[in-house]
Ligand binder design. Structure first.
Ligand code: NAD
Length: 476
């Protein structure tokens, strides 16, 4: 269903598309398949609603967001179960994501009231300078399937807090989670037209409308670098504001002074989170030569205990990949690495036993002896493969880690303070975890450098993305 101007309705064409559980191929829903006309109607509704919403006080907008937070917390379990069915991640991870998603409503309910102006020193005695921060206008948001609830609230909450109205196009794999989020916004009493949802199986025409429609002031996108770059180029034609959260190729560096056990535990937890389908997933695990053997022992032992399956089942920590193409990409990268001399320690094939053939399951995999000639060393995997590379020298590993066009997340394990600081400062990545695998929260700025994107989500930076700065010069 589409949610446009405060009402649920079908697509104007009457068409719909099926949503499938990636763990077993079972159809779990049938959703309206919007076309470009539907997107234009949603933009019109957001445009009409902008005047009223942007004129509310920050306290009033904040109240709506607090209500949305409360409702999401009440519905946490049902939403988590739906996420597991629709996206495949294990239920515990789904609960964590709903909490993270709700945190954005709470954080921006608070930040709505902290959009301050400035009074600046002026060069003339009869002059005064004032700076106002005002909402940019109608926002178009495109979100991915891998974090199907939090990637929506991370955009909707700051946009609404700032006084913007919004049209969201969620990923075609996960429209049901998006509909639940909009059910929450509706029940929180958010006025008609302020937040609109356009579900579709065919994103390209909707994307064209979102980036070309003159009423849209800002485009915010989370997804692949390829699609994000294309949309940003088209949005530039009408000078729309753009925020992009794109792909990554995170280095994970373990120095010789770190505990190999502790670092391997961290690597196993963050690498296999969401079956490796995370933009901050480590894609190059650099381990100092002197500790690579104990590191690999612990990593392989931990991976050997991971169980793949339906995320609603107790004890499952590896869910399915999103589709057949994702399986093929992972399999190709692993095959290419082995062909070029990498050692396979565990995994390395599709899982088909015990009914897993009905879903897109790949065995959690550990490779060592990975080198720059291999595809996996250079391309984002988005799957459950840990590629281990050995190094011997600090400067060498820093330069290797930075030698990528991406710049989203990086991880460093060391107990040496100077080394930690040198790495934190020297890594060209927007997020650096030092002995820490989860440097993300609603209060923290999330985003990438270079081809990983433009702008930040979360934190006080997240609301700035939806505000224009206006200078007033007054002669008195
Ligand atoms: P994708 O770019 O194919 O899809 C993302 C979104 O873009 C979906 O809503 C999709 O429907 C839409 N889309 C696809 N083609 C489009 C078009 N022509 N016009 C308009 N919209 C279009 O990405 P994906 O493969 O589904 O998602 C995985 C990627 O997302 C990975 O590269 C990952 O690193 C990235 N990601 C980044 C972050 C981050 O915050 N940086 C978070 C999650 C995922």
């Amino acid at each position: 269903m589409l949610y446009v101007d405060g009402e649920w309705r079908g697509a104007s064409s009457g068409r719909s598309f099926e949503v499938v559980n990636p763990a077993n191929g079972v159809t779990i829903g049938d959703v309206a398949d919007a076309n470009r006309t539907d997107a234009a109607q949603a933009i019109l509704a957001a445009s009409v609603a902008f005047n009223g919403w942007s004129r509310l006080t920050a306290f009033e907008r904040s109240d709506f967001l607090y209500r949305a937070y409360g409702l999401m917390m009440e519905r946490k379990e049902a939403l988590a179960r739906l996420m597991t069915e629709e996206q495949g991640k294990p239920i515990k991870a789904a609960r964590n994501e709903v909490q993270y998603a709700a945190d954005f409503f709470l954080w921006y309910a608070e930040e709505a009231k902290r959009v301050y102006g400035d009074v600046l020193p002026a060069p003339r005695s009869d002059q005064r300078f004032l700076v106002l921060r005002q909402p940019v206008g109608v926002v178009a948001a495109i979100t991915p399937w891998n974090y199907p609830v939090s990637m929506i609230t991370r955009k909707v909450a700051p946009a609404l807090a700032a006084g913007c109205t919004i049209v969201v196009k969620p990923a075609e794999q996960t429209p049901l989670c998006a509909m639940e989020v909009f059910g929450i916004l509706h029940d929180a009493g958010i006025p008609a037209g302020v937040a609109n949802l356009v579900t579709t199986a065919n994103p390209a025409p909707i994307g064209e409308e979102l980036v070309e429609n003159a009423a849209v002031a800002k485009v915010t996108f989370t997804g692949s670098t390829e699609v994000g770059t294309m949309l940003a180029a088209r949005a530039a034609a009408s000078m729309k504001r753009v925020s992009l959260e794109l792909g990554g190729h995170a280095p994970f560096i373990v120095f010789e002074d770190a505990s190999p056990d502790y670092a391997a535990k961290g690597a196993s937890l963050v690498k296999f989170l969401n079956t490796g389908q995370a933009c901050i997933s480590p894609n190059r695990i650099y381990v100092h030569k002197s500790i690579v053997d104990p590191f690999l022992d612990v990593l392989v032992e931990r991976v050997s205990r991971m169980r793949a399956g339906d995320g609603l089942e107790e004890g499952v920590s590896i869910g399915p990949l999103v589709d057949e193409q994702a399986l093929e990409k992972v399999n190709r990268q692993v095959g290419d690495a082995i062909d070029h001399g990498a050692t396979l320690h565990i995994g390395g094939q599709r899982l088909t036993e015990d009914g897993l053939d009905a879903g897109f399951f790949y065995a959690p995999t550990v490779l060592s002896g990975v080198t720059p000639e291999m595809e996996i060393y250079n391309q984002e995997t988005f799957g459950p493969v840990a590629p281990v590379i050995t190094f011997t020298d600090d400067d060498e590993v820093l330069s290797l880690a930075n030698n990528t066009s991406y710049g989203l997340a990086a991880y460093v394990y060391t107990h040496n303070l100077s080394r930690a600081m040198r790495m934190f400062e020297g890594l060209h990545f927007g997020i650096v975890g030092v002995n820490d695998i989860n440097p993300t929260a609603a209060a923290a700025p999330f985003g990438g450098m270079r081809q990983s994107g433009i702008g930040r989500e979360g934190g006080r930076e997240g609301i700035a993305e939806y505000l224009e700065v206006k200078l007033g010069g007054f002669s008195i």
